[in-house]
Structures are given as C-alpha cells and as structure tokens.
Design a protein around this ligand. Sequence first.
Ligand code: ADP
Length: 309
Amino acid sequence: MEAVKVFCPATIANISCGFDVLGVALDSIGDEMVVRKTSKEGIHITKIEGQDLPMETAKNVAGVAGMALLEDIGHQGGFEIEIYKQIKAGSGIGSSAASSTGAVWAMNELLGKPYSSLELVKFAMEGERLASGVAHADNVAPALFGGFTLVRSYAPLDIIPIPSPNELYATVIHPQIEVRTADSRKILKTKITLADGIKQWGNVGGLIAGLFTADYDLIGRSLEDHIVEPIRSILIPGFNEVKSEALLAGALGCGISGSGPSIFSFSKGKQTAEQVGQAMENVYRNIGVDYEIHVSQVNSKGIKIVDRI
Ligand code: ADP
C-alpha cells in the first residue's frame, strides 16, 4: 500500500466541565486527506482544497505533526499530503486536530503501524502547539481513539477511552465568526477558587459515570462549566439565548465547543437533536448571524480509511 485516503472526524473538546481533558469524535463532519509514501525525504503538502491554509510544512499542522513522527522514526523517505477541508479553521470543532491526526494516523498505516494510538497523540499534539500555542490533546485524542476520551494526565500522557450510550447525539451550530484558539485562551484566568474546583470535578466525575452507565439525566446534570464558559461565552454572540433555547427544546445540556465559537448540545435521540438544532438556528436567524449546523452521532471509531490507492 503506497497511499491512503482517510476520513478525519471533527471533535468537540472540553465538553463543558472538562476543559483540556475531555473530547468526543463526531460522525457526520470531518475532513479527508490523501497521504502518499514517497522516496523524497520530509513532508510535502501538495494540495489543500476547501480552505485557505498554508502549504508550507512548518506552517501547516499536518506538516508539523508528520515531521514529529518522521523525526522519531529516523526519516525513511517521506510523504506527500493532500488535504480536503470541510471543517473550517477556528470553528472550535477540531479543524487543526483533524489535519494533524489524519497525517500521523495515515503515515502510521503506510509504515505498517509501528506506533500505538497513544504515541500518535504525542506527534499530533505538536500540530496543536502550532495552531494554538499549547500542545493540548483534548481534540486529537478522540480523533485518534474514537468516542469520548479523557486525558487523565499530560505528564505522563494517559488517555482513557470512555464508552458512550447509543442514543447520544450532538448538535453543533457554528456562527460564522472566527474566534482564534490562541485568543480565547489568553482571556482565561490562570487561577480558580476551591469552590469552583469542587463544582467542576464533581461534574467531570458525574459526566464520566453518566457515560459509562448510559444515564442520560446524569449526563445532562453534569454538563455545567463554572470556570471557562462564563468568560469565553462573552466572545460568542447570542450564546446565552442559544443555550436556553436548546435546553427548552429538550437538550440534555449545552456549552461551548472547544474554544468556540461553535456551540454544542447533547440530546437523547436523533429527533430531539434535530429539534434542538432548529431552536438553536432560530436564535441566529433572528439576530442575523450566518451559521452552519450539524447533527451527529458519536463516532466510536475515530479516523478511518475510505480508500486505498
Ligand atoms: P479549531 O478551533 O477548529 O481546532 P484552531 O483555531 O485550533 O481550529 O486551529 C486553526 C489554526 O491552525 C488556524 O490559525 C490555521 O491557520 C492553523 N492551521 C494550520 N494548518 C492547519 C490545517 N491543516 N487545518 C486547520 N488549521 C490549520
């Protein structure tokens, strides 16, 4: 096998209470990439469609993540990469993570799988460092492992895949404004109160327990964020109204996807997820903000091959 075409899923990171530690992969939105083995050393990005992004290896997250893998393995030839973007950069649904994970996952396949998913996370995190200044793993981990993931520890890196109930659906609305991850990190406080900490780790534990036991009410009760959402939501027009309308329409919970501006809701069942989507859309229609909306089941597999070339 000399080349593969892969589907790289969009991901929701943070999931309200789990800033920098929780993430989930989506099914119905993602990029595609073609990765080809070459005798020429290094990573060469030969095509990008769908988005205006740098082709230069050192400026594209796919190039940076790919180089981290090549340096580790000791450069045996190189790879050409074509990127077909569906996920807009800066949307908050893991645009950069889709490209950095897609590159290293496909390279690993073409090399005969010398690396585990956990090792691939480390390479992909170098792409995240380029995109946002911080090598976070909450988008790359679910893209690589599928489903929900918990980054229990960054040093050493310890990633726990979490099961999810079959009827759990995500609705994601992306108001068409750009919030750069680096900017929405800068406004966060670096200290929290003990009282806020207590609420937050209670909710993280509750969410994990709810996912394990398919307790939808517990999942909903746990989708609270007392630390990041109150600050970041200021950057997202209509956030409070979108959230209250989503909850009124039957969502289990609603919060900021990644660093925003996308807003996610979880619902039990596709029909409710679609009704929630309509309620979220109405808010943006009324205030005249363009948007894109997606309803998706949880993607339990993560990145997958769509074609062998
Ligand atoms: P998201 O919030 O959707 O993950 P980020 O804001 O984290 O998006 O990342 C987008 C940033 O990464 C932009 O500055 C973009 O130019 C840069 N970038 C570099 N390469 C890529 C790529 N292949 N895909 C997406 N973004 C990329």
